[in-house]
Design a protein around this ligand. Structure first.
Ligand code: F0G
Length: 360
């Protein structure tokens, strides 16, 4: 059992506010693969790696922040936590609360979260409430409840979440031996953008790396308040995880962009789906649409001539494709993809596959 990964609170205890009084609530999160992507390097002229956060216990990067937030909540005596969510935070909160033996209440926008995520909150016994509104409405209510009732807020406005999430940057520096030149990441509330910036900054201060990556964050075009500089009242995108019109970490994200000479961009839904397909078909990684925006952003910047040749680039893909598989079964023209049906006969299958018999 040598070298078994023990979860981010154990692995990075020296970089987090964890003491002997902290009950460590872990499902073994973190330690996710950093996968080199020759197909994306070839398309862009850079050297590209993908940090596959779908490999976390509940299938998204949220687990890094949730192990910290739930551990600190239990340390503080909390018996119940609450969050607003587009699906992944609620899945993670419900799972970690279940492990800790406390209650999780989760508020989600009605009819707007992926089926896989909804099923996670239910199976982990979260108190799931669908709100007739969008994510921003859910977050307003969660904050008010946490202020006036005995429930502990575990959205990324809770700094413990950002602290846990910064460990992904530590892992990247550990694996590459230095920070990359650029880091590409999806943006919803901009909590993760903020967390990576903090992680890379601390790694630099600690002498583990020699450079601070330029942080490039991408939102869906119908839901890109940081790009337009305006709250979006009715955000729309097929990338339901990042359908957010008023990001909680807006100010922190602007400061992070400033500090890293970063960039925020917006991507059309069609390009997000195209990138999801490219990543799956050419690299072998299946991610949900919100995560594919990192890839779409890279391809867009490369088209714009903004990707320096040979630069080292890490893309975070935040959630697993199996959480929201419906988009993968759609062709680019919007029609359904139905696999061919053939009689149970070898010659017929060979003929449909276009195979000629060996030696024939
Ligand atoms: N990618 C995925 C798969 C997400 O679920 C989220 C956020 C993001 C990216 C954006 O991260 O908010 O830190 O900028 N999901 C939240 C949730 C809002 O409720 O699951 P961010």
């Amino acid at each position: 059992m040598a070298n078994l990964w023990r979860g981010v609170l154990h692995e990075y205890a020296d970089r987090l506010d964890v003491t002997e009084k902290t009950p460590i609530i872990t499902l073994g999160e973190g330690g996710t693969p950093l996968i080199e992507a020759p197909a994306l390097s070839k398309r862009t002229g850079a050297r590209v790696w993908v940090k596959f956060e779908g490999m976390n216990p509940t299938g998204s990067f949220k687990d890094r922040g949730m192990t910290m937030a739930i551990s600190k909540a239990v340390e503080a005596g909390a018996k119940a936590v609450i969050c607003a969510s587009t699906g992944n935070t609620s899945a993670s909160a419900a799972a970690y609360a279940a492990h800790a033996g406390i209650t999780a209440a989760v508020l989600v926008p009605e009819g707007k979260i992926a089926m896989g995520k909804l099923s996670q909150a239910v199976v982990h016994d979260g108190s799931l409430i669908q709100i007739q509104g969008n994510f921003d409405d859910c977050l307003d209510i969660a904050r008010e409840l946490a202020e006036h009732y005995p429930v502990h807020l575990v959205n990324s406005v809770n700094n413990d979440r950002i602290e846990g999430q910064k460990t992904a940057a530590f892992e990247i520096v550990d694996v590459l031996g230095d920070a990359p030149d650029f880091h590409y990441i999806p943006v919803g509330n901009a909590g993760n953008y903020t967390a990576y910036t903090r992680g890379y900054t601390e790694a630099l201060g600690h002498g583990d790396s020699t450079t601070l990556p330029r942080m490039f964050g991408f939102s869906a075009a119908g839901s890109a308040p940081i790009v337009t500089g305006q709250v979006v009242k009715n955000p729309e995108t097929i990338a339901s995880a990042i359908r957010i019109g008023n990001p909680a970490s807006w100010e922190l994200a602007l400061a992070a962009r400033e500090a890293t000479n970063g960039y925020f961009g917006a991507i059309e839904d069609a390009k997000i789906l195209e990138a999801q397909k490219i990543l799956a078909a050419e690299v072998g990684i299946f991610v949900e649409p919100a995560s594919a925006i990192s890839v779409a952003g890279l391809l867009e910047r490369a088209d714009a001539g903004q990707v320096p040749a040979g630069s080292r680039i890490v893309l975070t893909v935040t959630g697993h494709g199996l959480k929201d598989p419906q988009w993968a079964l759609r062709a680019a023209d919007g029609s359904d993809i139905t696999p061919t049906v053939v009689k149970a006969e070898t010659t017929e299958v060979a003929s449909v596959l276009g195979l000629a018999k060996a030696g024939a």
